[in-house]
Write a protein that binds this ligand. Structure first.
Ligand code: NAP
Length: 424
């Protein structure tokens, strides 16, 4: 029987699905021991710090992750950063294969004047801020204005706009960070504009997300019916199924009667942002009608860009255009990549399952004789590592703290608090 050691770097969905795929590929003759290395003291990646808190169903996939983690051949090494606490070279010496699953954490920039003014932030900061990510609790989010503009027409921009436009008491029974609920309750924002540079027929939203918008209880969702109808004409008869479903959902939104809620989420299409203006903070965004000359300005105090992500580079790993340089997930003979770090920031959480499974089949094909060279815990003996049982303590404490409040969990925000609970 051959037994191989595989390190997976990054405890997000792609990492867990890679581990699950390896577990499923085991036979009597082929066994794996899997070590998952994660920078944060908590696992689950975007399921913990990306998925919108008002979408708890999406987070139930964490049950799959816990099943993988407790299957017997899996160890978690949380609080360990590749490139700082341990190098890729050390991992490659010790493991038969290394799988990079570190996602895409950096928000893409518009590259327009004024983008760095206070009050202009990226979804890559705002989303982890409301999700209690320990690195983002002190992000400055000015909510003391009337209008916020969210740039981008994907599901992240929709999450961001919804979080800003919801009646914040709707978040009381979610796992939104306490600091974010408190700040959103003080927010004076009453108009949130989602701004797309192309037409409704080219929007990257998916239809389930669009279809839930009319169900918002305290928010008017506005789309212009004539704009959607024009998009339906432009899309023509050979329209793709997903685009048709999106446009049908948008038409329903545009036909819904306006209610007297004082919170509004409004969609604007065919508007290219060309400048963010303000003396010492954001005051307005200048747009140009896409494909035309006409320019117009919208006053606002907060701009959030949600226009995609790039991977953070780790020393010793080749990158190209915001992703790890790879061929079908293979980086080198013992080095693989899965998830957003491999293919860029696309797809839903489930997309990572088939993707990781294909890459793990390649990994198995590339295995040579097992190395059996040392244990990573030797290298990490002076670090306060978060093991699976430490994480289970954190998880139980968060769930217990949330229970009397009707929340699925009450998240710890500071690393120190997380470590204290883990090592209690
Ligand atoms: P996305 O779906 O790729 O959308 C990015 C948006 O940004 C597009 O509308 C794009 O417009 C726009 N954009 C890009 N560059 C721009 C620029 N320079 N100026 C103006 N607009 C620009 O990315 P995402 O929203 O970050 O989502 C990432 C992935 O996560 C997606 O697959 C998404 O479905 C998934 N996700 C799913 C959920 C869910 O299932 N509920 C929630 C969140 C995220 P163009 O098309 O014109 O380039």
């Amino acid at each position: 029987m051959a037994s191989y050691k595989v390190a997976i770097v990054g405890a997000g969905p792609a990492g867990y699905f890679a581990a699950q795929a390896l577990q499923n590929l085991q036979t009597d003759d082929l066994q794996f021991t899997i070590d998952m290395i994660e920078r944060l003291p908590t696992p689950w990646g975007l399921v913990r710090s990306g998925v919108a808190p008002d979408h708890p169903k999406i987070k139930t996939v964490s049950k799959v992750f816990e099943k993988v983690a407790t299957a017997g051949n899996f160890r978690l090494f949380g609080g360990v950063e590749l490139g700082t606490d341990i190098s890729i070279e050390q991992l490659r010496e010790m493991y038969d294969a290394v799988v990079i699953a570190t996602g895409s954490a950096i928000g893409k920039k518009l590259g327009i004047p004024g983008e760095d003014l206070p009050g202009s932030i990226s979804a890559a900061e705002f989303v982890p801020w409301y999700n209690a990510h320990p690195d983002f609790h002190s992000v400055e989010v000015p909510l003391d204005c009337q209008t916020a503009i969210v740039i981008g027409a994907g599901n992240v921009s929709m999450d961001v706009a919804r979080m800003l436009a919801l009646e914040p008491s709707e978040l009381d029974q979610t796992d939104t960070a306490d600091h974010a609920i408190a700040a959103l309750k003080e927010s004076t924002i009453r108009e949130v504009i989602i701004s797309a540079r192309r037409g409704p027929e080219n929007a990257a939203f998916t239809s389930p997300e669009l279809r839930e918008l009319p169900k918002l209880e305290h928010t008017n969702v506005l789309m212009s019916k004539s704009e959607i109808e024009a998009a339906i004409v432009r899309a023509g008869e050979t329209i793709e199924k997903d685009t048709k479903s999106n446009l049908d959902a948008m038409l329903l939104i545009s036909e819904k009667e306006k209610t007297n809620h004082d919170r509004t989420m409004k969609f604007q299409f065919l508007a290219t942002p060309i400048e963010i203006k303000g003396t010492d903070k954001v005051e307005e965004v200048i747009f140009q009608k896409t494909g035309g000359e006409e320019k117009f300005a919208i006053k606002c105090g907060l701009v959030i860009t949600a226009i995609g992500y790039e991977a953070n580079s780790i020393p010793g790993i080749p990158y190209e255009r915001g992703k790890v340089k790879n061929t079908d997930g293979r980086v080198d003979e013992d080095l693989y990549v899965v998830g957003w770090a491999k293919r860029g920031p696309s797809g839903v959480i489930g997309t990572n399952k088939s993707d990781a499974s294909d890459v793990m089949k390649l990994l198995v094909e590339g295995l040579k004789s097992a190395k059996n060279s040392g244990d990573v815990s030797e290298l990490l003996k002076d670090k306060k590592v978060i093991s699976q049982s430490h994480w289970e303590l954190i998880n139980a404490a968060e769930v217990a703290a949330g229970e009397p409040l009707g929340k699925p969990r009450k998240k710890f925000v500071n690393r120190e608090d997380l470590l204290k609970v883990a090592h209690s």
